[in-house]
Design a protein around this ligand. Structure first.
Ligand code: ADP
Ligand code: MG
Length: 252
């Protein structure tokens, strides 16, 4: 079986300064890969190059054998890339349930506009999406917030909401950018349990996280970025034993 994701020689600079430089990254199907590194290492930029929020200056991004680096964000979404951004992105003025349903609309025939118009031929599909949205709210533990306006949810619940929305789109590859940041200890435990469960179900995930302990327990493999470059790549044990990593990051 081929790689789920293959990034080759990816570079991106801003004003002449590299944020991501010649990065190679291969993720196998069903793998949970952690991406760690100090602030400004290029982690979020790398995710944006995969998700399509930013274009590569050079290099390629291949998802399930298909080149995607020239595709727009929504096309990559339809091919199965789900994203949980570092900063909470919710749709204000919509309930939590509606926010989650948007996640599925990106991946079905019933687009958001047709859903809003409630065209009869899409009603059955719409009901299926709503049922799925409820499941995703339950999995992320925010079922009781379903009917609240999304912007009134506390931070932890807004983060869970983004994860619920991404899951509702049935991603093949889920990108999570510091999903545990700002969460209380109980919420972090719950998130770790859910990520472990998704991993056992075979979902391929890329996880940026600042809390090294959190990722070392969860990840199959760890990639370490520093100044836009990959400085180490291996199992949590290998990375922990790597002196370059300790100097750049873990020892700080
Ligand atoms: P990380 O997520 O690892 O903290 P980022 O990918 O956010 O790092 O940033 C990597 C580098 O790229 C930083 O020096 C940051 O200032 C720069 N950078 C990121 N996005 C932009 C942007 N849109 N415009 C200019 N510089 C950026
Ligand atoms: Mg970041």
């Amino acid at each position: 079986m081929g790689a789920a994701l293959r990034v080759t020689g990816a570079s991106r600079s801003f004003g002449g300064v590299y944020a991501v430089r010649e990065v190679d990254l291969t993720v196998e199907p069903g793998e949970l890969r952690a991406v760690i590194g100090p602030n400004g290492a290029g982690k979020s930029t790398l995710f944006a190059l995969i998700g399509g929020q930013l274009a590569v200056d050079s290099g390629t991004v291949v998802l399930d054998g298909r080149r995607i680096d020239r595709l727009a964000v929504h096309r990559r979404g339809k091919l199965g890339i789900g994203v949980v951004f570092q900063a909470a992105r919710i749709f204000p003025g919509m309930t939590a349930l509606e926010n989650v349903m948007v996640g599925a609309h990106g991946t079905t025939r019933a687009g958001f506009v047709t859903a809003a118009l409630r065209l009869p031929r899409f009603r059955a599909e719409e009901r299926a999406i709503e049922a799925r949205a409820w499941e995703c709210l339950a999995r992320t533990g925010i079922e009781e917030w379903a009917d609240r306006p999304a912007e009134t949810l506390p931070l932890g619940q807004q983060r869970a909401l983004q994860l619920a929305r991404a899951l509702c789109g049935r991603p093949r590859l889920l990108l999570l950018d510091e999903p545990a940041s700002g969460l209380r200890s109980g919420e972090r435990k719950r998130l770790a349990a859910l990520l472990g469960e998704l991993r056992r179900e075979g979902l391929t995930m890329l996880l940026i996280e600042h809390d090294v302990g959190f990722v070392m327990r969860l990840a199959d493999r760890v990639t370490v970025l520093d100044l836009g470059r990959v400085i180490a790549d291996g199992t949590p044990e290998q990375v922990r034993a790597d002196s370059t990593v300790i100097d750049a990051y873990l020892g700080e």
